[in-house]
Design a protein around this ligand. Structure first.
Ligand code: NDP
Ligand code: MG
Length: 384
């Protein structure tokens, strides 16, 4: 197996901790590096348990304390963007699990690919904003981008190496989130507490809010476009409230191959780590007789405007998906801080998209300036 040594960017989060749960069950996996934002308590505990060579803390104000706490362990402690880049590109890892939240993941992902490391990609914001940089670079460097997002893992498993010419369409499933079936008027009143109650999945706060707005599904359409190199017209979103069919591929002969399972991120994470092997995974199993009914319906882009705006940003392409994503990241932060309402999230995205003049194929620097542009527009709209 090639990918024995792993680095995890975002080790203290939902995907990061589940990745470490898999490592715990597979002694052949070694942790080369861990990185987190500011949670030094959990990062310290993880460092003591898994003995990486390097840990990175993005928040530079926590660096000194973490150094003191890990003094004598022989673990090197780095910080800031340089630290994050070092864990991605410089550690002894063969595979980097990108589980940070947001487009902060772009630069370390590029560093990891440049250093020839495979990527187990959870951080969808990176592909949405910089897919045109990441995918060609990965091809050039001969590294694999292995999807961790459950739908994309399902598509990857369903494709199982078949060439894209045989794809008639990708059937990307969506749970519909906690607000499926609600009217626009009802959505206006939804609180942070309501939005954080996802019916099927337990995830970080940002992606949970994205699921409630259906922005997550919009981001996933763009992510699928980059990962599988298919045009938008071939990606069909189906709302499937049971979250059992994680996604499917319809081939040119009409065969539909789907991957099913209980909603548990450990399967897609483990599949990416051991690909192309499959290993035993303990936990709940799918019992179809207990499920009895699987239903599928069309999404409602009229009510879930955040989803419709994603399709429009994807169609425009270039720097527009960055504006879409950056506006959403900022708006979700403000919603979680209770500064704006739930429907102000899509309104913020639309406000920024209406102001932006898209440019084709933005460079990394241009992507960062598009992010700043979206933040400027939202400063104007809501105050700093
Ligand atoms: P969480 O919020 O649970 O975790 C985010 C992680 O990123 C934490 O470890 C956090 O550290 C770290 N982090 C945040 N900012 C920085 C930074 N600047 N530098 C270094 N580390 C940072 O998120 P999730 O695990 O839910 O999601 C991670 C990514 O995976 C997202 O892109 C999401 O869309 C995607 N994803 C998640 C799924 C899930 O089931 N959770 C499913 C599919 C995709 P700290 O704890 O210190 O703040
Ligand atoms: Mg998903």
């Amino acid at each position: 197996m090639k990918n024995n040594n792993i680095a995890i960017l975002g080790s203290t989060g939902s995907i990061g901790t589940q990745t470490l749960a898999i490592v715990r069950n597979h002694p052949e996996l070694k942790v080369a590096a861990l990185a987190a934002g500011s949670n030094i308590d959990l990062l310290e505990a993880q460092a003591r348990e898994f003995h990486p060579k390097t840990v990175a803390i993005y928040d530079e104000t926590r660096w000194k304390e973490l150094c003191e706490r890990l003094n004598g362990t022989g673990i090197s402690v780095v910080c800031g963007m340089d630290g994050l880049n070092e864990t991605a590109g410089g550690s002894g890892a063969d595979i980097v699990v990108t589980a940070v939240v947001g487009m902060i993941g772009i630069e370390p992902t590029i560093k990891a690919i440049e250093a020839g490391k495979d990527i187990a990609l959870a951080n969808k914001e990176t592909l949405v904003t910089a897919g045109h940089i990441i995918m060609p670079l990965a091809r050039k460097k001969g590294v694999r981008i292995l999807p961790v997002d459950s739908e994309h893992s399902a598509i990857f498993q369903s494709l199982n190496g078949e060439p894209k010419e045989r794809i008639a369409s990708i059937l990307l499933t969506a749970s519909g989130g906690p607000f499926r079936g609600k009217s626009k008027e009802e959505l206006q009143k939804m609180t942070v507490e309501d939005a954080l109650k996802h019916p099927n999945w337990s995830m970080g706060k940002k992606i949970t809010v994205d699921s409630a707005t259906m922005v997550n599904k919009g981001l996933e359409v763009m992510e699928a476009g980059w990962l599988f190199d298919v045009p938008l017209e071939k990606i069909q979103v189906l709302v499937h409230p049971q979250s059992i069919v994680h996604s499917a591929v319809e081939f040119v002969d009409g065969a539909v191959i789907a991957q099913m399972g209980v909603p548990d991120m450990k399967l897609p994470i483990q599949y990416a780590l051991f690909y192309p092997d499959r290993r035993e995974l303990f936990g709940q199993r799918l019992r179809l007789t207990q499920i009895r009914k699987l239903t599928f319906e069309e999404p409602d882009p009229e009510t879930f405007r955040g989803f419709a705006l994603a399709l429009s940003a994807a169609k425009t392409g270039g720097s527009m998906p960055t504006i879409y994503n950056a506006a959403n990241e900022r708006a979700v932060r403000m919603f979680l801080e209770k500064r704006i309402g739930f429907m102000d999230i899509p309104a913020s995205i639309e406000y920024c998209m209406n102001r932006h003049q898209a440019t084709a194929s933005p460079t990394f620097e241009e992507i960062l300036s598009a992010e700043q542009e979206a933040n400027r527009y939202l400063d104007e709209k809501w105050g700093k």
